[in-house]
Design a protein around this ligand. Sequence first.
Ligand SMILES: NC(=O)c1ccc[n+]([C@@H]2O[C@H](COP(=O)([O-])OP(=O)(O)OC[C@H]3O[C@@H](n4cnc5c(N)ncnc54)[C@H](OP(=O)(O)O)[C@@H]3O)[C@@H](O)[C@H]2O)c1
Length: 298
Amino acid sequence: MSKKILVFGGSGLVGSKFIEIYNKTFEMLSPLASEVDILDKERLLKIVSEFNPDSIINFAAYTNVEEAQKQVGDKNGICFQINAVGAKNIAEVCKNLNKYLVHISTEYVFDGTKENAPYVEEDSPNPINWYGDTKYSGEKFVLESGVGGAIVRISMPYSPYYELKKDVARFFLEQLKSGNPIAAIEDQRITPTLVDDIANALNVIVERKVLGLYHVSARDSVTPLEFVKTIAETFNLDYRALSSITFDEYNKTKTAKLLKYSWLNPSKFEKEFGEGILHSVEENLITFKKAVDSRASN
Ligand SMILES: NC(=O)c1ccc[n+]([C@@H]2O[C@H](COP(=O)([O-])OP(=O)(O)OC[C@H]3O[C@@H](n4cnc5c(N)ncnc54)[C@H](OP(=O)(O)O)[C@@H]3O)[C@@H](O)[C@H]2O)c1
């Protein structure tokens, strides 16, 4: 009999890919927020008891970084409630019912000042915006609950298709295709990660029920400017309308401060689970292109 996985946030950018790839491997249940609100602990307790899953994955989050900043300091605000209190509720229910939990987090728990190398699990969080703050609170609540499980930090996920939200790769691809001028940051480091790699990494994590903290991201890093050029080259598109902007210039235009060094190092994951699950930025873009092309031809 296949294992049962209960997924929160399965309609989102990342969770929907995990479900798309693994819905035949596992018996999965993925309630919408309207069906199971993670802020309703009684409801959570009921669904976990009734479905009785082997594992739970929590992708549910408030992910609008700019909107989040307007709620800075407000623990009754929706961002803190979902990212911190919701995570706490799920962790406590899992602890009570002795269930394995994978909680998804972000590189935004860091401050983005580490310029010599991407962030490893031993680096100390120090969030610089409210979204990061609430996600870090969520991590701490998960740890404090004493639940058996893993916290998996991911970085800049992108998908070949996801109607509800644009991501960094589809945004740049669209701009390149339409010939619009693009100003991309020349001095920020990022580890944009195809959602397929994240889903495949989560699959091995839930299969082995490992405990602890993991960074899951592209194996190498780029600047956004390099990323746009690589997208253009992969898709054979002209990038003459591409110009560069500095991180400081770009960051000035934002309500929520961004991370200059917005990068993760997935070496711990690869050491434990082997190479071949995660890919480089360039390899991921080739897979991304195949999926975009195949969708366009269907
Ligand atoms: N996107 C990024 O750039 C990024 C970067 C790093 C890390 N992450 C992390 O990756 C995870 C997944 O992010 P994502 O981009 O896939 O998220 P997303 O597309 O914004 O989707 C959010 C999900 O959370 C669910 N949700 C929101 N409020 C809820 C509630 N009260 N009860 C139950 N479910 C609720 C939504 O369900 P409904 O559709 O039913 O409302 C939706 O499925 C999050 O932990 C996020 O912090 C994301």
